[in-house]
Design a binder for this molecule. Sequence first.
Ligand code: C2E
Ligand code: CA
Ligand code: CA
Ligand code: CA
Length: 278
Amino acid sequence: AKLAGGNQAAFFDATLAETAEQRRHLENDLRQAVAQRQFSLYYQPIADLARHRIAGAEALIRWHHPERGLVPPDQFIPVVEQSGLINEIGLWVLDSACRQLAEWQAAGCPHYLSINVSGRQIPDGLPPQAVAAAIARHGIAPERLALEITEGILLGDIGVARAWLLAVQQLGVRLYLDDFGTGYSSLSYLKRFPLDTLKIDRSFVQDMQAESSDHSLVEAIVAMARSLRLRVVAEGVESAAQLQMLEAMGCHYAQGYHLSRPVPAADFAEVVAGIDRR
Ligand code: C2E
Ligand code: CA
Ligand code: CA
Ligand code: CA
């Protein structure tokens, strides 16, 4: 992703923040960003393919840098994770998402909302009690909130990860497995962990053509998930043809630029109304 502001981009690319000095500079800016609340959440709609309407959204963090403008997460989340700032930012994301859910609920709009949780936050950065507290503080229905985790969390101490997942599930909050297919996917995880939904990584969805191997792969994932009573979201849907294929496969949900890019909260209702009218 390119940063608005051209040649400043390299500075913020976490993979390029290689020297100790660049790192320190970026970390300082991020500390200030936390203190000055320079973050916001954007919302990308997720469509229910059987009902032909928007079911909810994924919340995606954005950094509004005072000089450099909008910075996408790939350019700062890795540094945030390594510096430990992820815990504070993660709690802010949780609180903001719950506030948004409360707003939708008050408006009579029964959307689901998922947030991204980094493996670094588990278990102590985002304790299940903090999730319970946010739900109570905003008075939301817990089943409207979902936490997106990746297979990476299962690489550490599996017992710790499993205990955390079970405690979150006990709250009534949903658990999505993000970027499915890119990690060390072991089918046994799907049975051993209390997951509600698989999100098929966009790399598979984007390369889907009729009769291609990625088409067969996505079809097989959908069939397997359905037989395990998991729901499936296809990510990165960029064309009507992909949407149609996914619907034919029995995939439950779709998300991608074809429906909408992630948008600020203020634009969300209008975007949803536009898609639902299609
Ligand atoms: P992700 O969780 O896999 O999120 C989906 C990414 O794909 C988003 O990028 C989204 O804008 C992009 N996307 C959606 N539809 C399409 C499409 O049709 N085509 C293409 N090419 N891309 C599409 P974004 O917002 O830049 O976020 C990148 C990553 O940063 C996320 O990947 C997630 O891993 C991380 N991230 C975002 N927000 C948070 C957060 O609040 N906390 C943590 N820990 N990580 C976050
Ligand atoms: Ca995600
Ligand atoms: Ca993903
Ligand atoms: Ca990702």
